[in-house]
Design a protein around this ligand. Structure first.
Ligand code: MG
Length: 268
């Protein structure tokens, strides 16, 4: 099953996608389904409370950065405000001159989860989607910490849907293409720590909530992206996530009423 989150006539809902049609997942959705996908705006598939990321989970990427292989998963966080959906621009911040793509398999949690073993973890996982751990490489090197380099708005594209039927997430071909040229190509079989081991490890540290996302690390071949580029993350049996790249001013001009912002009232 492929689960999308869409906005259709000002209603946001989850649906299953079959070909060109979206059917509301819940009977309570105030939309008469099915809806043609081209009449809906496909949003990021979840609104996570947190995005947990792994660094150096592919030996080839660690070698590229002359980094020792980790003996435990190396974790960092991206803020939920970094999330964008398919087709939404990755906006280049003025603070950086080197922004890079990192195509990654994303684990999407379905149930709250704490202190589970790898053998127990599968029922807590809702499914898998494509992710892009966009990184300001120059700021990552300068800061020695990842908060700024990985935390800009739009630096966490995920989607286009959640694939719930992935038998073996540890054996999928993953590719990242920039303007149609292959930049990264590997298989999740090359991960040092496997998805369910990662869920177990993270759940021993922090409670994973429904909709939380774990980005499982990137293989070698991450390259700089520039305004006008199109970045495409393809994962076998999962999906294809495409995002354009834009300068900040460009993106601001293009911002219209199709954005994903769900306006939040201020605290008072
Ligand atoms: Mg990464």
């Amino acid at each position: 099953m492929r689960v999308v989150r869409v906005r259709y006539r000002n209603t946001i809902f989850y649906g299953t996608i079959d070909g060109q049609t979206v059917r509301p997942l819940s009977k309570d959705t105030p939309v008469e389904g099915p809806v043609p996908i081209d009449q809906a705006l496909v949003l990021a598939p979840v609104t996570p409370t947190k995005i947990i990321c792994l660094g150096f989970n592919y030996a080839e990427h660690a070698e590229e950065f002359a980094h020792d292989l980790p003996d435990e998963p190396v974790l960092f966080l991206k803020p939920p405000s970094a999330v964008v959906g398919p087709g939404q621009p990755i906006v280049l911040p003025p603070q950086s001159t080197h922004v890079a793509h990192e195509g990654e398999l994303a684990v999407v949690m379905g149930r709250a989860c704490r202190n589970v073993s790898a053998a127990e973890a599968a029922p807590y996982v809702f499914g898998y989607c494509c992710g892009n751990d966009v990184t300001a490489r120059d700021l990552q090197k300068k800061d020695g910490q990842y908060g700024r380099a990985k935390g800009f708005d739009t630096f966490c594209p995920i989607g286009p849907w959640i694939e719930t039927e992935v038998d073996d997430p540890g054996n999928l071909v993953l590719r990242t293409l920039v303007n149609g040229e292959v930049a990264q190509q590997s298989t999740t079989a090359n991960m040092l720590f496997k998805p369910l081991d990662i869920v177990s490890y993270v759940s021993g540290i922090m409670t994973l909530m429904p909709g939380d996302v774990i980005l499982t690390g990137t293989p070698s071949g991450s390259t700089a992206i520039k305004a006008g580029d199109e970045v495409r993350v393809e994962i076998e049996r999962v999906g294809v996530l495409v995002n354009p790249v834009a300068e900040a001013e460009q993106a601001e001009r293009a911002e219209g009423d199709e954005g994903d912002e769900e306006s939040e009232p201020p605290l008072q």
